[in-house]
Design a protein around this ligand. Structure first.
Ligand SMILES: O=C(O)[C@H](O)[C@@H](O)[C@H](O)[C@H](O)COP(=O)(O)O
Length: 259
C-alpha cells in the first residue's frame, strides 16, 4: 500500500492529477481507453483541480466513467454525485463524451414506490455492456477506482457492519438504509472494487484522522475501506493531507514518486 501525505490540499490535487495521468497512460497503451469509477463527496473537486493541470495531456473522450456509488435522486439534484461531477469535471474539462459517462436510469424514478434494486440491476447492465468482453470474466476490471473514505471508515456506499460487505455475486447493489443521507443509493460491490487494477483513496481533513490508523494500520480491521485496501495492497494508494494523516505512524508514509 502506498500512503502519501501532503501539507496542503493543492498539493494533494496536483499529485492526484499526476497519478491519474500515469494510470490513464498505462490504460491507453493497453486497450486504448480508460475505465474509471468515481465516488462523490469531496473527491470530485480535488480531482478536478488536479486534472485541470493535466488537461492538455489527456484525451477525455477515451474515458468511460461509472460512479462507484450514486444517490437515487434526479441528475440535477444537489445530492447527485453526477450533478457535482458534471459541474466540476465533465463541463469544465474538454472532451468527455456524454454516452461514456454512466448515470443511473432516471426513468426509474417515476416508479412508485421507489425500487432501489431496479436501479442497481439497470446500472449493472451498463457495466455488462461496457465490459462486454468480460463475458468470460466474472467481474469487470476497472483501470482505476477513485474513492473517498468517511470518518466511520465507509467507502462507496459500503458502510461498516452492513450485510452488503458479504455480497459476492452482484456487481451493483441497492442501499436503502444509508446512514449518510440520502438513504437510497446504489453502490459497486466489494468484488468489483477489489478487482480494479488500481484503487486510490482521496481523504483530507481532520475529521478523518481518528479512523485512518484503524483503516491503514490495523491488519484485522473489518471496516469497508480496510477490506478494500488489504485485498491487493500493491494496487492501493492513499492521497492524504497532513490533517488526515496526523495520527498515522509516520513510518507508513511514502514519498510520492510521480512528477
Ligand atoms: O456518495 C457518497 O456519499 C460518496 O461517494 C461517499 O462514499 C464518499 O466518498 C465518502 O462519504 C467520503 O466523503 P467525503 O470525501 O466528502 O468525506
Amino acid at each position: 500500500m502506498s500512503v502519501y501525505s501532503f501539507s496542503e490540499g493543492s498539493s494533494v490535487a496536483k499529485a492526484l492529477g499526476q497519478y491519474v495521468k500515469n494510470k490513464y497512460d498505462a490504460a491507453m497503451a493497453k486497450h486504448g481507453k480508460f475505465t474509471l469509477a468515481l465516488s462523490g463527496g469531496s473527491l470530485p473537486k480535488v480531482l478536478a483541480e488536479g486534472l485541470s493541470q493535466q488537461k492538455n495531456n489527456i484525451d477525455f473522450s477515451k474515458w468511460e466513467v461509472f460512479f462507484a456509488d450514486e444517490r437515487i435522486v434526479p441528475l440535477d439534484d444537489e445530492n447527485s454525485n453526477y450533478a457535482l461531477c458534471k459541474q466540476v469535471l465533465f463541463d469544465a474539462l474538454p472532451g468527455f463524451v456524454p454516452e461514456q459517462v454512466h448515470t443511473i436510469d432516471t426513468e426509474l424514478l417515476k416508479q412508485e414506490p421507489l425500487d432501489a434494486q431496479a436501479f442497481a440491476d439497470e446500472y449493472e447492465k451498463q457495466l455488462v455492456h461496457v465490459f462486454a468482453n468480460a463475458s468470460t470474466v466474472k467481474v469487470p476490471v476497472f483501470d482505476l477506482m477513485l474513492l473517498g473514505c468517511g470518518p466511520d471508515g465507509h467507502t462507496c456506499s459500503l458502510f461498516p457492519d452492513h450485510e452488503l460487505l458479504e455480497e459476492d455475486v452482484a456487481w451493483v447493489a441497492p442501499v436503502t438504509d444509508s446512514p449518510k443521507p440520502p438513504k437510497e443509493r446504489i453502490t459497486l460491490t466489494l468484488p468489483v472494487v477489489t478487482h480494479a487494477l488500481s484503487v486510490a483513496f482521496v481523504t483530507t481533513g481532520s475529521s478523518k484522522q481518528d479512523i485512518l490508523p484503524s483503516v491503514i494500520e490495523d491488519s484485522t480491521s473489518k471496516l469497508p475501506s480496510a477490506l478494500i485496501a488489504r485485498a491487493h495492497p500493491d494496487r492501493v494508494s492513499w492521497f492524504l493531507d497532513d490533517a488526515a494523516s496526523a495520527k498515522l505512524d509516520k513510518s507508513v508514509l511514502r514519498v510520492f514518486p510521480f512528477q
